[in-house]
Design a protein around this ligand. Structure first.
Ligand SMILES: [Zn+2]
Length: 76
């Protein structure tokens, strides 16, 4: 059985770190940097934490209003 802090892909360890994720807005792309996430120390796969979801929704809505092709936002 996999433990909660074990990577399901490679069996490496998940560690708290920062990740970058992108959201497809249809007319553009939002890139959010410095997002708190769990990152595998072996294969680099990342998992965004649940509490991050509402914040990233705000950023997505803001980016949509700007109608830019590419928007880059820092999470913090
Ligand atoms: Zn892994």
């Amino acid at each position: 059985m996999f433990k909660k802090d074990t990577c399901p892909l490679c069996g490496g360890k998940k560690k708290s770190g920062k990740s970058t994720f992108t959201v497809n807005l249809g007319e553009g792309v939002l890139v959010v940097r410095e997002v708190p996430a769990l990152v595998c120390n072996q294969c680099g796969e990342d998992w965004i934490e649940d509490k991050v979801a509402s914040r990233s929704e705000d950023l997505t809505n803001e980016a949509r209003k700007k109608h830019l092709q590419v928007e880059v936002a820092a999470f913090a």
